[in-house]
Write a protein that binds this ligand. Sequence first.
Ligand code: SF4
Ligand SMILES: [Zn+2]
Length: 253
Amino acid sequence: MNQQIKQPICDHVFYGLTRSLCPECKRVVDAQTLIRDGAVYLRKRCPEHGWHEALVSSDAEWYLNSLKYDKPGAMPLDFATSTDRGCPYDCGICPEHRQHTCLALIEITTRCNLACPTCFADSSLPLPGTSAPLRGTGASQVDTNPAARQRGFDLSLAQVEAITASVQIGRIYKGKVSSVKDFGAFIEILPGRDGRCHISELSNDYVGSVTDICNVGDEIEVKVIAVDEQDRIKLSRKAAEQELAGAASDGKE
Ligand code: SF4
Ligand SMILES: [Zn+2]
């Protein structure tokens, strides 16, 4: 009888071999370039930390097509380090480097909190629901789990918006009380941006002590009533309360 043997099919196409770094210990290891489900991955094994896989491109067709546009590198005009231990340990740029600058990163804000999960400077913020941060130098370290990637994207977007948001006079913010003084409270309304709410601005009613209204860690709504020439922010809780109460009664009509 002619018995057919069913061979298991590999879930990827092997595209090539290259060198990469172990994301744990940064040692240079062999890496396989694989194409699977229309995406390109780098798969590598560190003798100490085992296998790791990193997404190189989510679109294999685009990736393969882009190779057509590779050109001989324009050699750097100057080198800052010597060839000693080999790539990438001599980085700086070393005389072995054969490539022009492909992607230059220019910092456009000084208000970075170094906590963005897709930070090129290797932030270490854990993603919600995961133990692993999205960290790394570009795509090679990006998590291959689509749900984790989406969470990372959403978190990044929210953080970039928060970091780049500017304080607007007249706007109501929900902030966290960062410190309490006799004369008022300081409230963080944006990451790293505290404003002061004077005791007279805490309530329409008489306030004997700031702590009658709020304590450190409380979340309260405050309105920005001024930003002075030294960039100090003045806040009013009573103005926020009045505006919110007015909006609520308008909504009922
Ligand atoms: S400068 Fe280029 S060749 Fe030299 S270590 Fe860095 S990446 Fe490698
Ligand atoms: Zn390792």
